[in-house]
Design a protein around this ligand. Structure first.
Ligand SMILES: *Cc1c(COP(=O)(O)O)cnc(C)c1O
Length: 236
């Protein structure tokens, strides 16, 4: 059986070290455990260690997992995968956070579909910091305007920004991209928006992200192990 405890503790230790190196407190960085492609039992094991926030990429898979884990107290579900407008209903009803809002139309639909009985849905604007045309996300210079539009919508709470660095082994490029997201985050604050979340950094680059100001790192394989080829390819 995979050693979840060892792996989770190791990630917590990496976060603590990176925060200390950056002169920040370890509590200033939240760990989002990315459980996409892993079965409910894996989430159960990591929940038992005290982890509460879990990230999922695929809506159908996430809904099935939520049903299977309905008995677990305190779970917080984050959508970190692309969101199509025909899926906004179940997402607004069941998730606690969405990190991938990159156009106003999606935000308007989430706002309309969020049940009044639930607290507002927490929203991060996804910003395309790598400039790759295949990546989703609003352009950096359009991030503040979209954040302002989201902040005005009922049923939603604007929390901050999310970005994914280019998957290349070049620390300088990664840092420049994380730095770009941090600049957008500061621009939101200058515009008077009450943002508190900078969601950036994954298994391979969480240290660089924390050094550049990340307040939430999204970590999958370093906690749960390697993901299978097949499920990785199943993007939709
Ligand atoms: C899969 C995924 C992660 C986690 O990636 P790991 O390399 O397994 O840590 C983080 N963020 C997003 C948006 C993802 O799709």
């Amino acid at each position: 059986m995979f050693q979840y405890e060892k792996a989770w503790q190791a990630v917590m230790a990496r976060i603590g070290r990176a925060a200390a190196m950056a002169g920040r407190s370890p509590e200033s960085v939240r760990l989002l455990a990315v459980s996409k492609t892993f079965p409910p039992g894996a989430v159960r094991s990591v929940h038992a260690l005290g982890q509460r926030a879990f990230g999922e990429n695929y809506v159908q898979e996430a809904l099935a997992k939520m049903d299977a884990l309905a008995d677990l107290p305190g779970l917080e579900w984050h959508l970190i995968g692309p969101l199509q407008s025909n899926k906004t209903g179940p997402v607004a009803e069941r998730f606690d956070w969405v990190h991938t809002v990159d156009r106003e139309k999606i935000a308007v639909r989430l706002s309309a579909a969020r049940p009044a009985s639930r607290p507002p849905l927490n929203i991060c604007i996804q910003v395309n910091i790598s400039g790759e045309t295949t990546k989703s996300g609003v352009a950096p210079d359009a991030a503040v305007a979209l954040a302002q539009a989201v902040a005005r919508l009922p049923g939603l709470t604007l929390r901050g920004l999310m970005g994914i660095s280019e998957p290349i082994d070049d620390d300088k490029t990664r840092r420049r991209q994380f730095g770009r997201l941090r600049e957008c985050f500061e621009a939101c604050r200058m515009a008077g928006l009450a943002v508190d979340t900078l969601s950036m950094g994954m298994s391979a680059d969480l240290e660089a992200a924390i050094d550049e100001g990340a307040t939430m790192v999204r970590v999958g394989s370093a906690i749960f192990g390697a993901r299978g080829q097949r499920s990785e390819g199943a993007k939709k």
